[in-house]
Ligand binder design. Sequence first.
Ligand code: GCU
Length: 421
Amino acid sequence: MARKLWLFLCPVLLVSAQSPRPVENHDESKVGAYTLPDPLLLANGRTVRDASTWKSQRRPEILHLFESEVYGRSAPKPGKLEFEVTSREAKALGGDATRKEVDIWLTPKQKMHLLIYLPNDRKRPYPVFLGLNFRGNQAVANDAGVAISTGWMRNAPGVENNRATEASRGSEASRFQVKTVLRRGYAVATVYYGDIFPDRKDALAESIIPHFYRPGQTAPDPDQWNAIGAWAWGLSRVMDYFEKDRDIDSKHVAVWGHSRLGKTALWAGAEDQRFAMVISNNSGEGGAALARRNYGETVERINAVFPHWFCANFKKYNNDVAALPVDQHELVALIAPRPVYIASAEEDLEADPRGEFLSAVGAGPVYSLFHAAGLGTDRMPALHQPIMNTIGYHIRAGKHDVTEYDWEQFLTFADKHWKAR
Ligand code: GCU
């Protein structure tokens, strides 16, 4: 009997193993029903009714769940910070900026290179937009004076044999809009994300993570950090440095990021409350987009294609996203009551713009505890109709990218919240 059953099942299993993976859903009518976890429901079954219970009880519960089940627990802050200012140029970018380069030692053996542009209007200390870059510091502006990143990099225009060349200068400039940001009175700071964890699935050994292993440990535990955790940790080390740099107003640091680095910015802002503002651009799955909403990229796909991004525990949810004890609206809620801005793009379907919007909506009740205004609506705004409360949101026309339009909104959002600075 047992053998007969096996013979019967066998062809079925073979067929399903060989059939192509289902295409991700891009049809709103097929999203299906889902129930989000309630950010205000304590593990003991009680409901949070005030900010102090949120801060002392519920926030730590949710933070812990994101650590153990999604991004992994990071190493603690290093005991001492070593840094060296390696260059300073008062007439950078045609005289518009002062440029500084700073080496920050993450471990006794590994450093990251921080590039800072300050406006030249003598109004220091400056509020700053801090964001990681994809192509090396030399890519964020057309500036011959910036040291070219020497680390491994994905091949792209100006990157040959996985190394950046002179031709890569300015290749990410449109995403950073350095001159516009400076003109509006903000400093710009950036680090190449590969200085912290080169973005390849086999690069763990080259990342900072092994430097923090226990004696005898050979891989992160299932609840320990991976690339996104490491990148976010690196952003906190920049914050450590900002606290010592008198050119920077470390109480007004906006951490921002695009796409995988938007996921990273949200996690950095959740973990490290020194970041006074968080901006996530097109961050999608594992970022602002709700995991339970079946639209665009899925937990299963992101874990399959980028197994080095999230902690090993996150893979438990590949086929059972409803079992996740958190969803991404609670990541946004961890930023409360600090201003957070979520930006979507109309054609960026894999990132699920509506799912990004709905997590901003879902964080609202936590902001209300602080009498801070959430989005104030659960109806998605039309294109180019930004909402700028303590939670902000826009969707613009176009593709997965960071554009001038996005920057105009980020700057207006920062102006609005920091005008009394
Ligand atoms: C891939 C990935 C996304 C990610 C994006 C990016 O498309 O699937 O989750 O946001 O890369 O970082 O550009």
